[in-house]
Write a protein that binds this ligand. Sequence first.
Ligand SMILES: [Zn+2]
Length: 421
Amino acid sequence: MSANVPAANDEPDRLPRRLHGLPRGVERGPAVSVMPRRRLLLAGATWCAMRAVAEEPVEARSALRVTTRAGGVTRVLDGRMIVEAADGGLLLELADQRYEILQPDEIVSRERLGSLPLAPTPKDLGQRIQAELPPGFETHVTRHYVVCFDTSRDYARWAASLFERLAEAFLNYWSRAGLEVAAPREPLIVVIFAEREGYERYAARDLGAAVDRVVGYYNLMSNRVATYDLTGSESLRSGSAGGARRGPAEILALPDAAPLVSTLVHEATHQMAFNCGLHARLAPVPVWVSEGVATFFETPDLRSRSGWRGIGTVNRHRLERFRRTYRPGELEALVGTDDRFRDPATAPDAYAAAWALTWFLISTKHDPFVRYLGAMAGKTPFAADTPAQRLEDFAAAFAAAPADLEPALERHMARLETRTP
Ligand SMILES: [Zn+2]
């Protein structure tokens, strides 16, 4: 069992923080990481939404069968207990990777299973997902992914190859840095709609009114990335009839290929980070960290065949925005709270600052940053860190308060060279 999976009743001392109860009303899509649409169409790559411990084989005692009754409906759920609250509430992970929050008043009974239900094969998983989607979806399976799509197979293949490159590079990068990351035990699920309308109907339940502004997102509860075929829509429409087949070269020749690649890589980075041990789903990972990591990886390289070659390129759009909008004194708030990411008026600037801080720390304080990520990886679902705790974690890793690092951050960003990819 990994350190972030508190579970068994009989081991209360392994619960880093004893929750009284689990939050209500977040089942439909809490903390999603989203990609603002408007920013994408302005051609600025832009964005939005983490633990570092490979999960060890699941221990049988976390496998539960729970019978629930709510609204006249009885359900029997088999899954892995992630969190048990003091009032009896449960956070359960189901076989399709979904998290379910079960309140004590809806739990009729629970029993331990000798072992977890077998994870579905990638093909079966694809079929389960397809059954939840409108007719016409197919599945493309790769090493780390199950991609369900109703757009062209060429686009799905190209997107999957981009995800695979990201997966390899991401895991290599952090394991070389010394973090205990590991490939996800089960394939990661990505849903790609052909058309914006279908995507909006699907995403509305997660995003509500924000669906309008978002072209792709990762949902921490369902563990899925959802997006739509951006080559067939809006400013990316190239004049050809809808449904025209496009290979990688044609996709990358589109005028807005760079933000397209960034969007996909950004959301795939979040999903991989939450599934390889870099962050724990629903844990209080500061948004500047999760977004800093995602923006560190998102920079496209249109000279490469897939449109993305790896990491370590200056994120020009983020850097330019940082230089234009950053005001001294903002760093403490960025580290202490997520407020600036939640407000649409300040979010793009906050993403730029998250990229800048992450780049600066990786470049100049590499080992402390890696240790800090390791500490963030140990955060547990639903723990509620105060701003003071977050500032303390930061100071413990870097031996400095954010304000102390600010002048060096600004000098570093002022000197950084930008090169157009
Ligand atoms: Zn994001």
